[in-house]
Design a protein around this ligand. Structure first.
Ligand code: FES
Length: 422
């Protein structure tokens, strides 16, 4: 096939099929699948524990810096906090298939777990072989469970996750594999009864309609199903972030995971990794209350916002302001001023009580750090907070309303001030 459009369409179709959550072919008697990777070397228990902790932490970063803040999976955060997600790490020092079957049977025995992930650090497997194996392993597991229950229905749907899944931007379904580029190859099982209830039972999602537009709303075509809407929204969000930037972020998360594993394997006395960057800081774990709401800006003038007199800003002390409906954290450092978005991208904590350490702002809740000059985090690859241009005129700090409005248009608040964000 030589036409690039046809090739793109074919790639999109492959990506779509790889992303399908539901079984796409009738189940025949499942074969015992061949494990498509070599067994990992035997290791001391302490090293395996350290690798498992590092793999979980890498997965946390994927969820907390990428998937959840950008709302790519609207159910991820809630599922985790409600205890419906089970994550296991499997150091595969055997190619015996029995451990997989054992895990799927164990997962099925606890109906409170809706999403089950088996994270497999360090295995070497192509995305194609991994996807094939995940489907075959799930078919074998479902067959075993059906036989055990004497019922004809499958228990689990499968979504293979892998750091190099092929994707395309030809349509919103074809993009899904990009968002499933987890740091390590991972099997994700989703309980089919929960998935069906979710996709079929949520057609009544709340919608807010301007009364003036009611007639037009009632005559417009019915909204697409939830799955389709999520995929459409994901494509738009990925395009806003920039597809190359999304790829870069995910590649970086996977690379930093592999580096940590290498360090653990080279270490004589492996220890479980620290749970957060900025080691040594005492991080709070209490819920955030928005006790000090942002201060109003001084005034708006010809599309610009005057925030505060420079003399009224304490040095190296973030102060929050509200301008054009955007919360801002303004930080004065030696006569220079930095303006960042006023909330932490990790869990939306207000930056009122963040601290300035050198040239970084550090959120006190879990220690995420952000460069004042760029908004980028050094400690958490891929994380960053918006930074806005500011000027000082006649001793007053100004920001551009157009920049704030453009930012607001592309950033839907996921949390609200009174959410239990931590
Ligand atoms: S680091 Fe967790 S809310 Fe800021």
């Amino acid at each position: 096939m030589s036409d690039p459009a046809d090739e793109a369409a074919l790639l999109g179709l492959h990506a779509h099929l790889a992303a399908m959550a539901f079984p796409d072919r009738p189940m025949t008697k499942a074969q015992i699948p061949t494990v498509p990777f070599a067994a990992l070397p035997a290791l001391p228990e302490a090293t395996k524990r350290a690798l498992e902790a590092a793999a979980l932490e890498s997965n946390d970063r994927y969820l907390e810096t990428f998937l959840e803040p950008n709302s790519f999976c609207p159910f991820s955060r809630g599922g985790r906090t409600r205890g419906q997600t089970l994550r296991l790490v499997y150091y595969a020092d055997t190619t015996d298939f029995a451990p997989f079957l054992q895990r799927i049977v164990e997962a099925a025995s606890d109906p409170s777990k809706v999403v089950i992930q088996v994270i497999m650090p360090l295995i070497e497997v192509t995305p194609e072989a991994w996807s094939r194996f995940c489907h075959e392993a799930t078919a074998a597991g479902n067959e075993l469970l059906r036989a055990g229950a004497g019922e004809g229905k499958d228990v689990f749907a499968i979504a293979p996750l892998h750091p190099e899944l092929a994707y395309s931007t030809v349509n919103h379904f074809a993009l899904i594999p990009l968002l499933r580029r987890t740091p390590d190859p991972t099997i994700q099982w989703v309980r089919l009864d929960a998935l069906e209830a979710l996709y079929e039972g949520r057609t009544g999602d709340t919608e807010y309609v301007d009364l003036a537009n009611l007639a037009a709303y009632l005559t417009q075509p019915k909204r697409s199903p939830l799955f389709e809407r999520i995929a459409e929204t994901n494509l738009k969000m990925a395009q806003r972030l920039g597809i190359p930037e999304v790829e870069r972020t995910l590649r970086e998360l996977s690379r930093s995971a592999q580096e940590r594993y290498a360090r653990i394997l080279l270490s004589d006395t492996p220890e479980a990794p620290m749970p957060a960057p900025a080691a040594g800081r005492a991080h709070r774990s209490a819920p955030v209350s928005d006790a000090s709401p942002p201060r109003p800006a001084l005034r708006e003038d010809a599309g610009r916002w005057a925030l505060v007199a420079l003399a009224d800003l304490a040095d190296r002390t973030p102060t929050r302001f509200l301008a054009a409906d955007v919360e801002l954290a303004v930080i004065r450092v030696d006569g220079e001023v930095h303006v960042l978005h006023g909330r932490c991208p990790h869990r939306n904590a207000p930056f009122s009580d963040a601290v300035i350490e050198g040239d970084r702002l550090v959120c006190p809740h879990h220690g995420w750090d952000f460069q004042l000059a760029t908004g980028r985090s050094e400690g958490v690859p891929g994380a960053g907070v918006a930074r806005f241009a500011a000027s000082i005129e006649d001793g007053v700090v100004w920001v551009e309303g157009a920049e704030l409005r453009a930012w607001r248009k592309t950033h839907v608040p996921i949390f609200h001030a009174d959410d239990d964000v931590l």
